[in-house]
Design a protein around this ligand. Structure first.
Ligand code: NAD
Ligand code: 13P
Length: 352
C-alpha cells in the first residue's frame, strides 16, 4: 500500500482545489499514500497567524479558498524541502513566474524515479528561446513532466461542479494514466493526449486571449465582438503553437485544454475580470494595481504571458502574423488604447 506519495507544490486558488481533488482519491486508491503534502508559500495573515498553521488547524485555505474543506489527509507544510522529501509524484501549481526559483531550491532534493506534472499556465522566455514550464521542470530537475490543463475555474471545481481536463504526455502512457487516476472524480473527467506541448500551449496562450476578451467587455462591445476576438485568438493560439512545435496536433484544440478552456476563461476568469476593469478605467489604472485590488493576492498570468509571447514574436519577426497577441501586449503596456483590440482584428492574416 502507498507506492506513490504525492506533494502539491503551491497552495493558491487552484493549488488548494488540486490538493482537495487529489486527497479525495489517495484516500480511496491503495496505490497512493493517503496523506497529501501541500507546500505553502508562507505568509502572515492580518490576524497575525501563519497561513500554513491555519490551514492545518481548520483544514481550509482561508486566504485562497475560503469555505472549502480540503480533506483531513491534506498536510500544509511551509518547508519546501521537507514537503518533497518523501514524495515521488510532484504536482506543480504555482503562478509561472515563481517556478524557476522553486526548482532551483529543489535541485538534488528529489527522490530517484520521481514523476512530475505541471498545472501551471505560462511560459518563460530565455536567451535560447521560449521554454514551456514542463520543460523547465524537466531540465532543472532531470525528471519527466506531464501537464494537466482544461476548462477549470478553480472555485467551480471546489464545489464539485462537473468539468473536464486534459493530461498531456510525451511518451509514457502508463504514467499519464496514473496522473489521470490521481485527478479523476465523477465530477472531474480527465482525458490523456500524447501532445504535451499542444496541451501546455493551449493553457498558456488562452490567458492572452482572455485579456483581449476582458477589454471587449470593458468597452461594452457585446457578444458578437467577443466571439470574434475568441475565434481570432484561437486561430493565433494554433498558429503560434505549430510554429514553435510542429508536433502539435489540431485535435488538441478540441480537447478541454483548448476551446473549452478558452471559453470558460473568457467568460469567467480572473484575467478577463482585471482586463475589463483596465478598459473601464480607460487604460489609466495599471494591471498591477487592479490585480492587487481585485484579486487579493491571487495572480494574473495573461499580462506577463502576453509580454513573453511578444518577445518571441519580435525576436522571430512574426509580429505581423499575430495582430491580436501583439496588440494585447501593446495595450497592456500603455502603448495603444484598449479600443485598439477591435481595430486590429480586421486584418488578421490567413494562416491556412
Ligand atoms: P493564485 O493566483 O490563487 O495564488 C497565488 C499564489 O502564489 C499563492 O499561493 C501565493 O502564496 C503564491 N506566491 C506569492 N508569492 C510567491 C513567491 N514569491 N513564491 C512562490 N509562491 C508565491 O494561484 P493559483 O490559482 O493556484 O494559480 C497557479 C497556477 O494555476 C497558475 O499558472 C494559473 O494560471 C493556474 N490555474 C489557475 C486556475 C484558477 O481557477 N485559479 C485554474 C487553472 C489553472
Ligand atoms: P484565470 O486565471 O483567468 O482565472 O483562468 C483560470 C483558468 O485557467 C481556468 O481554466
Amino acid at each position: 500500500r502507498g507506492q506513490y506519495r504525492v506533494v502539491v507544490i503551491g497552495s493558491g486558488n487552484w493549488g488548494s482545489v488540486a490538493a482537495k481533488l487529489i486527497a479525495s482519491n489517495t484516500i480511496k486508491q491503495p496505490i497512493f499514500y493517503d496523506e497529501v503534502w501541500m507546500w505553502v508559500y508562507e505568509e502572515t495573515l492580518h490576524t497575525g497567524e501563519k497561513l500554513s498553521e491555519v490551514i492545518n488547524q481548520t483544514n481550509e485555505n482561508v486566504k485562497y479558498l475560503p469555505g472549502i474543506k480540503l480533506g483531513n489527509n491534506v498536510i500544509a507544510d511551509p518547508d519546501l524541502e521537507n514537503a518533497v522529501k518523501e514524495a515521488n509524484m510532484l504536482v506543480f501549481v504555482t503562478p509561472h513566474q515563481f517556478v524557476a526559483g522553486i526548482c532551483k531550491r529543489l535541485v538534488g532534493k528529489i527522490r530517484p524515479g520521481t514523476e512530475a506534472i505541471s498545472l501551471i499556465k505560462g511560459m518563460e522566455v530565455k536567451m535560447e528561446g521560449p521554454f514551456m514550464i514542463s520543460k523547465l521542470i524537466t531540465d532543472m530537475l532531470g525528471i519527466n513532466c506531464c501537464v494537466l490543463m482544461g476548462a477549470n475555474i478553480a472555485n467551480e471545481i471546489a464545489v464539485e461542479k462537473f468539468s473536464e481536463a486534459t493530461v498531456g504526455y510525451r511518451q509514457d502512457k502508463e504514467v499519464a494514466q496514473r496522473w489521470a487516476r490521481l485527478f479523476s472524480t465523477p465530477y472531474f473527467l480527465v482525458s490523456i493526449v500524447q501532445d504535451v506541448e499542444g496541451v501546455e500551449l493551449c493553457g498558456t496562450l488562452k490567458n492572452v486571449v482572455a485579456i483581449a476578451a476582458g477589454l471587449v467587455d470593458g468597452l461594452d462591445m457585446g457578444n458578437n465582438t467577443k466571439a470574434a476576438i475568441m475565434r481570432i485568438g484561437l486561430r493565433e493560439m494554433r498558429a503560434f503553437s505549430k510554429l514553435l512545435f510542429s508536433s502539435v496536433r489540431d485535435s488538441t484544440f478540441f480537447e478541454s485544454c483548448g476551446v473549452a478552456d478558452l471559453i470558460t476563461t473568457c467568460l469567467g476568469g480572473r484575467n478577463r475580470k482585471v482586463s475589463e476593469a483596465f478598459a473601464r478605467s480607460g487604460g489609466k489604472r495599471s494591471f498591477d494595481e487592479l490585480e492587487a485590488e481585485l484579486l487579493q493576492g491571487q495572480k494574473l498570468q495573461g499580462v506577463s504571458t502576453a509580454k513573453e509571447v511578444y518577445e518571441v514574436l519580435s525576436h522571430r519577426g512574426w509580429q505581423g502574423l499575430f495582430p491580436l497577441f501583439t496588440t494585447v501586449h501593446e495595450i497592456c503596456i500603455g502603448q495603444l488604447p484598449p479600443s485598439a483590440i477591435v481595430e486590429y482584428s480586421e486584418h488578421t492574416p490567413n494562416f491556412s
